[in-house]
Design a protein around this ligand. Structure first.
Ligand code: NAD
Length: 478
């Protein structure tokens, strides 16, 4: 029985590399029925700012698997990236990027590199919730959820199990972001305990990124939050040797999208010289995903053999190691001729058919109690003297909620601040209750008093305990 897969050839070099890739897959006799859709430039030009027309959404949702060529995102207001639109709308929570060196056939400073980055794809700083709060200060909300962490981390371990990988490394900055990154690390430790056969370790992202750049061969699977994953995967693709080889899978519970990492390369579009390897490797990820592991292995091994035989597209061609410089179509023909052959120097792949990776997450009942409030003020008066601000706030305090602390950019300026600390026009004023729970009406009462004192409240964050533990970072000196 054949599998139906949706294909969007994309813009720029997209059509040439997609044609080449589909030809190779057909020659490998993978039982796939392709359903073409149009997304990208032509659709933007019709005035559709998402680049994805209604019938394309229908096809993607019906069949659940999409092979996508690169898309040119028009410059200018209002146009949304097709990638971001599809990723967000269809809940593609995992971005999986294998990064492997093919030295000595493709030059790489790290010949032993063979890792996979599993990046959380939906949360973190990418929710796009940004505000200007005062003349001087803007903020972005970093949102990290327990289900989001659990899904991506479980996915990373299940992936390691399915692909015979031995180690999963987590990267966070939880020494600084104890709540958000701290949650990711905590869930990593919990999930890792369920996979005793897989080694698990954690790196602070800065040293982790440095180790990745210097010694990528020490990593196997890396799982991390959205922004770190974005940066790490570009570093890894670059140091592997060629961004033209990098592929990515965007995986969701119902829909998955497979693509090359590179863009539409308008500078070489239509010249027949683009390297189809990134999209071809993405297609082999797709074949494994739909259960056609045998054909994926045959194609990947033929591709490895083609590289070994020195048949290279101009982007990776080097006089010293290449034997023939070929265009997109001839490269595809060379792969087709080698279907059934295996590489002699590079290690051949043997993909196994695995059950689809399922992820789950738990929700546990938690007791949430209101114990205070952080009131953020925009205040630019009286020399920005925190002791003067504290006097105003002490007068506005109620019997229930008393001022405990003022910080400016997170640094304590009251009580006992240092005169050297830089002060902007944005103040976080923490009011805590003695009681172990207060009604929200007490917060409203406090806010009214602060407002009546002529102070500008720009936002508030409630302080809660969860099963008795504080759900907020503790200010210095608390
Ligand atoms: P790009 O990846 O298209 O090109 C960067 C350089 O790499 C160019 O010199 C190009 O010729 C070369 N290159 C890229 N792919 C190649 C291939 N397969 N073979 C040989 N050489 C290749 O990046 P860009 O120029 O910054 O972006 C061009 C367009 O692509 C933009 O509109 C951008 O928004 C879009 N883009 C799309 C995606 C996607 O759809 N996934 C990703 C990145 C960029």
């Amino acid at each position: 029985m054949s599998v139906r897969v949706v294909v969007a050839e994309g813009d720029g070099v997209g059509p040439e590399i997609t044609r080449a890739v589909l030809k190779i897959i057909r020659a490998a006799e993978a039982p796939i029925e392709w359903e073409p859709i149009r997304v990208g430039q032509a659709i933007y030009e019709q005035g559709n700012t998402s680049g994805v027309p209604a019938d394309a959404w229908g096809a993607i949702r019906r069949h659940g698997v999409l092979l996508k060529g690169p898309i040119t995102t028009p410059q200018g207001k209002g146009f949304k990236s097709v990638n971001v639109t599809i990723r967000k709308a269809l809940n593609l929570f995992a971005n999986v990027r294998p990064c492997k060196a093919y030295a000595p056939f493709v030059a790489s400073p790290h010949p032993g590199m063979n890792l996979v980055i599993v990046r959380e794809n939906e949360e973190d700083l990418y929710a796009g919730i940004e505000h200007r709060q005062t003349p001087e200060v803007r903020q972005v909300l970093k949102l990290v959820t327990r289900p989001g962490c659990e899904k991506i981390i479980r996915y990373a371990f299940e992936y390691a199990r399915a692909y015979g990988r031995r180690k999963v490394s987590c990267m966070t900055k939880d020494n600084i972001m104890k709540q958000t990154d701290g949650l990711f690390h905590q869930v990593f430790d919990e999930v890792a305990a369920e996979y005793p056969e897989i080694e698990a370790n954690h790196f602070i992202i800065d040293i982790g990124a440095a180790r990745l750049a210097a010694s990528p061969e020490i990593f196997d699977v890396i799982v991390t939050l959205n922004l770190y994953g974005d940066i790490l995967s570009d570093i890894a693709a670059q140091i592997a040797g060629s961004v033209g080889f990098a592929s990515s899978a965007n995986v969701g519970e119902q829909v998955s999208m497979f693509e090359a990492v590179h863009g539409s390369a308008p500078d070489i579009a239509g010249r027949g010289i683009a390297n189809p390897s990134g999209l071809l490797i993405a297609a082999t990820q797709l074949l494994v995903h739909v259960g056609l592991s045998e054909q994926a292995s045959v194609i990947k091994n033929a591709w490895l053999r083609t590289l070994e035989d020195g048949i290279h597209t101009p982007d990776v061609h080097r006089e010293a190691i290449s034997s023939r410089k070929v265009g997109t179509d001839d490269f595809a023909e060379a792969i087709i001729e080698r279907l059934g052959s295996e590489p002699r120097v590079l290690e051949p792949v043997r993909y196994r058919t695995t059950r689809p990776i399922q992820v789950s997450y738990r929700t546990t009942p938690t007791e949430q109690r209101l114990v205070g409030v952080d009131v953020f003020l925009g205040w630019d008066q009286e020399g920005r003297d925190p002791n003067v601000l504290a006097e105003h706030l002490h007068r506005a305090s109620t019997d229930t909620l008393r001022l405990g602390l003022i910080t400016n950019r997170g640094v304590k300026v009251y009580p006992d601040g240092l005169p050297e600390t830089f002060r902007t026009d944005h103040w976080r004023c923490r009011f805590k209750a003695e009681a172990d729970e207060i009604p929200y009406a007490r917060v409203i009462e406090l806010l009214q008093r602060i407002d009546q004192a002529g102070l500008r409240v720009i936002k508030t964050e409630n302080l809660y305990t969860f099963d008795g533990s504080p759900g907020f970072s503790l200010g210095q000196g608390e």
